[in-house]
Design a protein around this ligand. Structure first.
Ligand code: G1P
Length: 294
């Protein structure tokens, strides 16, 4: 049995330029999907998968995110006085009981690989998960819990993947899996990985979405600081360097993924999650009327 996954790294240092001006003063991870900020979906998914130590790699100027993860004792006191127990419970659920949070600052925007490397001291010598909160996955069993279930058999490094339209390969880490027919249990061995290849150069349309299980040896690869696509230190390149030394597998997860780093993806997530909420029942009719009158 591989060592259990107790820690997760959340790279949350990005500027969120695609959402300006909304993200001028509000970190993009604080954008709500219905009434919960994006970061809450990621934290809840990690906690449901058994993660007990969450490491947020953030940047200067994103204090709202840290405040959100911290307790707000004065607000709790006001809610208690007013007998607002449902609201208190919703606050308490932001960071579930038994979960420890650490914050690490990424001092320069050198890429996703660099952000993960910033967490090396807190992660230490054990396997860990990486969750990109921009990618929200709607699923019965959370995406990370699905991966951890497979990881028991694969060990090594495991990447959540899905097919994307061929013209979009230049937005993702793309897998070369050799034989694309054989995915027992949704898992296949990865032969190669390329970060954001042009469609003509892409080995497939299978793209990494923001969920990873990684071995601590990734840190010694990232240590080299080698620059890849976009002049950044890429996590994809570091994982690629482990192929042949450690198992690297892709996992076709079950569920719907929303790219909430993109306006259309974020809007769709809001609609999809709202449609699932019994307390927002009226939204279905409102949407139908809006579409009909369009
Ligand atoms: C990052 C990764 C990429 C991955 C993507 C998933 O890219 O570098 O390999 O496919 O997340 O969302 P970014 O979205 O930060 O450009």
């Amino acid at each position: 049995m591989p060592k259990p996954i107790r820690k997760a790294v959340f790279p949350v240092a990005g500027l969120g330029t695609r959402f300006l001006p909304a993200t001028k003063a509000v970190p993009k991870e604080m954008l709500p999907v219905v009434d919960r900020p994006l970061i809450d979906y990621a934290v809840a998914e990690a906690a449901a998968a058994g993660v007990t130590h969450m490491i947020f790699v953030t940047a200067k100027g994103k204090s709202a995110l840290q405040n959100h993860l911290d307790r707000h004792v004065e607000l709790e006191a006001v809610l208690r006085t007013k007998g607002k127990t449902a609201e208190l419970e919703r606050l308490a659920a932001v960071v579930p009981d038994g979960v420890r949070c650490s914050v690490e600052i990424q001092t320069a925007p050198l890429g996703l690989g660099h952000a993960v490397w910033c967490a090396r001291r807190i992660v230490g010598d054990e396997p860990f998960a990486v969750i990109l909160p921009d990618d929200v996955v709607m699923a019965g069993t959370g995406c990370l819990a699905q991966m951890i279930a497979r990881y028991g058999a694969t060990g090594g490094n495991l990447l959540a993947v899905q097919d994307v339209p061929p013209e979009r390969t230049d937005r993702y880490g793309i897998l070369d899996v050799g034989n694309d027919e054989d995915w027992p249990g949704g898992v296949a061995e990865v032969r190669g990985l390329v970060e954001k290849p042009a469609p003509a150069d892409a080995p497939s349309t299978l793209s990494i979405i923001g969920r990873y299980i990684l071995q601590p040896e990734i840190f010694s690869v990232l240590e080299n600081g080698e620059r890849g696509a976009g002049g950044e230190i890429q996590l994809t390149d570091a994982i690629a360097a482990l192929i042949g030394r450690q198992p690297v597998h892709g996992y076709r997860f079950e569920g719907v993924r929303f790219d909430c780093g993109d306006r259309q993806g974020w809007l769709s997530a809001n609609v999809a999650f709202a449609l699932q909420r019994p307390d927002l029942e009226g939204i279905r009719d409102k949407l139908r009327r809006l579409i009909e009158s369009d």
